[in-house]
Design a protein around this ligand. Structure first.
Ligand code: ATP
Length: 390
């Protein structure tokens, strides 16, 4: 055991009073609109340097086996904390000890050079990640194969599409298993086959890591992966505990902020994301109609009003959307609004059984019936039913 009480052989992250200040440059508003006045302003009134605090006095103890969720609303400091843990930013004050090798899935194009070839970029990025060139030489083929880019090996990186670059970055970043995995909200932009492969690899890497730290707004993903959580607000730590208490604290915080905002302006909050799940799709009494059972809320804790089923690109709006209490969901996800369960009816002409709906079906939620764009997760049983269609 070392002085701080950690086993020096195991992986851990320990931070005390972690504080990060960064300089920013502010340009005062100029009154001049003519070119001469603008030039004079640029010459004699340069931007002013100021320092702002992004993280303040954070204490963190992450031990082997911990899967830590970093929660917080936009701009709370989640990505900044991950960058500090990944040593991209040097803390201004406080101590940070990290034991174990780190794999960071924060920026898929970090270390890439658009003018170098795909093969050269594998080395550039790999070396930036601390891998040896001899090791990378052995890995090149499998990285190219995973990314599906064998035929592009000698092409310049800038000629690749953004999806191909993302695939390459992902394949390199996840080519090695590390002790500690740092992940930011990972929104994949690959085709369905690559996404399935990437998810599989992520699952393997997550289960092979001694520590996982994940920042995301996806409550379902955090609930699936994490056992612990912290909540940040304005760069400060407002809660640390198990995942259930952390999600509850996060949702309470969002609900409180929402109530304050509504008290100030009688307008709905924008920027809230809808999420939830579809637990059952069954035939209704009337032929051609289906009952959808599930739950949804938005990240501000409010119950959304829009729900629709999308089949082969065609949208079928639900009728008769009825809400019910779901204490089980509230307990599991730490939500603050228990009226989040629903039953709704949707008519899909010409179809009588859920298995006839086909595979190309999504259920979308949204703030109102005209704005449904958030895909709800399907329960495994529902996916099974839809997959069984011929
Ligand atoms: N290099 C920087 N210079 C100045 N301000 C910065 C810098 N990096 C981040 N910030 C600011 O710090 C705050 C926290 O940013 P950060 O990206 O960590 O938020 P976040 O919690 O990850 O948000 P989101 O959920 O939107 O991704 C934001 O207000 C952001 O504008």
């Amino acid at each position: 055991m070392c002085r701080c009480g950690y086993d020096p052989m195991s992986a851990y992250i320990r931070a005390r009073n972690l504080t990060l200040d960064v300089p920013i440059f502010l340009q005062p508003d100029r009154e001049a609109t003519g070119w001469a006045g603008m030039l004079m302003g640029a010459a004699f009134d340069p931007p002013r340097r100021r320092t702002i605090r992004l993280l303040e006095d954070l204490d963190l103890d992450v031990r082997e086996g911990d899967r830590l969720a970093i929660l917080g609303r936009n701009g709370a400091g989640k990505s900044t904390l991950l960058r500090v843990l990944n040593r991209v930013y040097q803390p201004t004050r406080g101590q940070l000890e990290i034991q174990g090798s780190c794999q960071a899935l924060l920026n898929m194009s970090l270390g890439f050079n658009g003018e170098a070839t795909v093969r050269e970029n594998i080395f550039l990025r790999g070396v930036a990640m601390g891998l040896k060139s001899s090791f990378l030489r052995d890995q090149v083929e499998s990285i190219l194969e995973f990314a599906g880019l064998q035929h592009k090996v000698g092409h310049r990186l800038r000629t690749l599409s953004s999806g191909q670059r993302l695939r390459l970055g992902f394949a390199i970043s996840t080519s090695v298993q590390h002790d500690i995995m740092l992940m930011d909200e990972w929104v994949g932009t690959g085709d369905a086959d690559f996404m399935a492969k990437a998810r599989e690899r992520m699952r393997g890497r997550v289960s092979g890591s001694k520590i996982v730290v994940l920042a995301s707004h996806s409550v379902g993903l955090l609930r699936d992966i994490c056992n612990k959580g912290i909540v940040l607000e304005g760069g400060r730590l407002v809660h640390a505990g198990d995942i259930t208490s952390s999600l509850k604290c996060y949702h309470d915080l969002l609900a409180r902020l929402r109530a304050e905002r509504q008290a100030m302006i009688e307008a709905p909050a924008d920027g809230a994301h809808v999420y939830g799940a579809i637990e059952e799709i069954r035939p209704a009494k009337k032929p051609g109609q289906f009952v959808l059972k599930g739950w949804m809320v938005d990240t501000d804790g409010a119950v959304p009003a829009g729900l629709a089923l999308e089949r082969d690109g065609h949208l079928y709006t639900t009728s008769d959307l009825r809400w019910c209490r779901r204490p089980d969901v509230v307990k599991h996800f730490g939500l603050s609004n228990d009226m989040c369960g629903f039953l709704a009816v949707v008519a899909v002409p010409g179809v009588s059984q859920p298995s006839e709906l086909g595979r190309n079906v999504r259920v979308l939620g949204g703030a109102n019936p005209e704005l449904v764009d958030a895909e709800l997760r399907m329960a495994p049983a529902v996916i099974e039913t839809l997959r069984s269609s011929s």
